[in-house]
Design a protein around this ligand. Structure first.
Ligand SMILES: *Cc1c(COP(=O)(O)O)cnc(C)c1O
Length: 627
């Protein structure tokens, strides 16, 4: 028989409309986990009050954002108990998973014992076929149907039924699709969404396929699922497999350097994943560097700026800054790659000292290239490096500062490709350096997460803030928050004498895409592409580029970039000294100056990377304030 298609319109919703498909995450159990899943803003969270399941819910429901409906799941429970639980847990919906009769549903619907109206979801389990006639008796006594896979236990069976059964769905009541749905089914769901069977599909219900153990949901896989379901293109802020952050990064190096960089690229992730490497790295960070560094609630500073400020005390690390985290990681990497000789470049000498330190620790030869001018300006750090056994080699070409020292280091590496490892000191350089340095520094945000949880009851602050030279302390502070949209990222650059003064290092404002030290990034340059000399009172921020990750964070708007002048930074450094008894490095002082320019809410939690201590800058402070 020929069907008259004109009069049987299929009215299949377009994928766009269906992108509003609701999400229910069921089988929530643990308070922390409930909070972190709630942060993903699913439409429903399910709590199973049925005792015969490992996902049985028996604690309190924490405060969760408005707009998320709390669903109590029951199996053949007394109506009076269900009513009790609805009132006790302020449930918005009940899901009836047993053989509850239509009459049972109508009692729940009409009772005046509830403090607010609820939605009723009636579950039907499907194996390979289903007799849809049973639905009719429920049409007027519930709000939704839910189709689950028939299994031994009600719910959480982990496998799916044949969704095409729903082609014969005779009702117009919206339904939940459930049963063994996981991230691997995304394509199936997308196909389903455009099929006739999905016409009245209202929500997707997920449970066991997102668990690391019964009742414990994996937030990042859930997030990926929700984003994919809603066709949200998520931005990736980590390096991709080609070594790029968006349009920035890569490895732009002379051919003769290729074997060295390639050797590192092929090995760095493998080496870092070795349990033996991790054990040694963690142990040195603990016993030698002094980690974990404290997360300190700065009470007087918080009071002054009427917000909650926490300081991540990288200044308390051995050698006085975050740089040692990276040099420890890289010296262990060099050893695993069979290298015996270490080279490094340094501007102000901080990275030179951190490198000389780990070379002394491991008994390895250390050569530090440093511009001749910098050697004269940074005598104490030169002396430190020498005491630690390093050889400091002056760079005599060009402006005789950092970029010339870098050129010398690269030249050395080309000439010594077999036995030498080049320790780069920030999240810059050719791939894989930015990523490798970031991963070593990521210990900073890894610690912040549990430390903040201990003190504030949550892992995510409202903001993370760090100053940016090349961007290694910032990359480490942001790392575990890059893909947490509720955490604002603030990057602080040095404006020097002012953005328009010609004496500045505010790369995100003044820079354009270009190539420096082997990577494509934002870079301060003249019209014809010559690198401009940057300026900042702080030697560690006096760099004409930023790491490629930060260029990407700036370009995409993920991070807010602020620039701070010399004078604002110096005042902020003095203020922190007087308010908290902590003299910060001048680099770090830049980050503190943002409180004069940006207002935070009283209950905002702002975590600031206190990247280093001010001992090395004492003479600068003395000269500036005529102390
Ligand atoms: C070197 C240094 C910086 C800048 O380097 P990043 O790689 O951007 O972190 C910031 N603060 C201190 C204390 C430093 O020594």
């Amino acid at each position: 028989m020929k069907r008259d298609t004109k009069h049987t319109p299929q009215q299949v919703l377009s994928p766009l409309e269906k992108s509003k498909l609701k999400i229910k995450v069921c089988g929530m159990k643990y308070q922390d986990n409930i909070e972190s899943v709630a942060a993903l803003q699913p439409d429903y969270l399910g709590f199973i009050f049925y005792k015969e399941t490992p996902r049985h819910f028996d604690t309190k429901i924490p405060e969760i954002p408005e707009g998320i409906k709390k669903v109590g799941v029951f199996v053949n429970e007394d109506v009076s108990t269900v009513i009790e639980k609805i009132n006790e847990f302020k449930l918005d919906a009940v899901q009836l998973h047993g053989e509850e009769a239509p009459y049972y549903c109508s009692i729940l619907r009409s009772t005046n014992l509830l403090s607010k109206p609820i939605e009723i979801i009636k579950v039907f389990s499907i194996k390979d076929e289903f007799n849809f006639e049973v639905l009719e008796a429920f049409e007027n006594v519930c709000d939704y149907f839910l189709f689950d896979t028939k299994g031994k236990l009600p719910g959480g069976n982990g496998y799916r039924f044949d969704w095409s059964v729903l082609n014969d769905y005779p009702s117009t009541k919206p339904f939940f699709l459930s049963g063994g749905i996981g991230i691997d089914q995304i394509d199936d769901i997308k196909n389903f969404i455009v099929s006739k069977a999905s016409k009245y599909c209202y929500a997707i219900d997920v449970n066991s396929k997102f668990e690391t153990e019964p009742g414990l949901k994996n937030k990042s896989i859930l997030r990926e699922f929700i984003n994919k379901l809603h066709n949200k293109k998520t931005m990736n802020y980590n390096v991709d497999d080609k070594g790029y952050y968006g349009e920035f990064g890569g490895a732009f190096i002379p051919e003769m350097l290729h074997p060295n960089v390639e050797e590192l690229r092929q090995n760095y992730l493998k080496v870092m994943a070795e349990p033996d490497f991790q054990k040694e790295f963690d142990k040195l960070l603990k016993d030698y560097v002094g980690r974990p560094s404290p997360l300190y609630y700065a009470k007087r500073l918080s009071k002054k700026y009427n917000t909650k400020i926490y300081l991540k005390r990288e200044d308390l690390n051995h050698t006085g800054a975050h740089k040692i985290n990276n040099t420890i990681g890289q010296i262990l990497m060099a050893q695993r790659l069979g290298k015996t000789r270490i080279i490094a470049e340094t501007g102000a000498g901080q990275h030179g000292v951190a490198t000389a330190t780990v070379c002394a620790l491991m008994g390895m030869e250390c050569i530090v290239y440093m511009g001749e001018i910098d050697i004269a300006r940074q005598a104490p750090n030169v002396a430190r490096m020498k005491m630690l056994g390093a050889k400091v080699v002056p760079a005599l070409s060009g402006s005789r500062t950092l970029k010339d020292a870098t050129n010398e280091a690269i030249r050395d590496w080309i000439n010594n490709p077999v036995d030498t490892h080049y320790i780069i000191g920030s999240a810059i350089g050719p791939h894989p350096y930015p990523d490798m340095v970031t991963r070593f520094q990521a210990v900073i945000s890894e610690e912040i997460k549990w430390q903040l949880k201990e003190q504030e009851g949550r892992e995510n602050p409202d903001y993370v803030v760090a100053c940016i030279g090349g961007g290694s302390n910032a990359a480490g502070t942001y790392y575990h928050y890059l893909h947490e949209p509720d955490v604002g990222i603030i990057a602080v650059e040095a404006a020097g004498l002012g953005i328009d003064s010609g004496e500045s290092a505010a790369t995100s404002v003044l820079g354009k895409a270009g190539i420096i030290h082997g990577c494509k990034t934002l870079l301060m340059q003249t019209k014809d592409g010559q690198i401009t000399e940057p300026y900042s009172i702080s030697a560690g921020l006096d760099y004409p580029g930023v790491g490629p990750m930060h260029a990407h964070l700036s370009k995409t708007g993920r991070a807010e970039f602020l620039s701070i002048t010399d004078s604002d930074a110096m005042e902020a450094g003095l203020e922190l000294s007087k308010l908290e008894g902590i003299i910060p490095a001048i680099e770090t002082s830049h980050a503190f100056a943002i409180f004069k320019h940006k207002t935070f809410k009283p209950d905002d939690v702002v975590v600031m990377s206190l990247s280093g201590r001010g001992d090395k800058d004492l003479q600068n402070y003395i000269d500036y304030f005529k102390i």
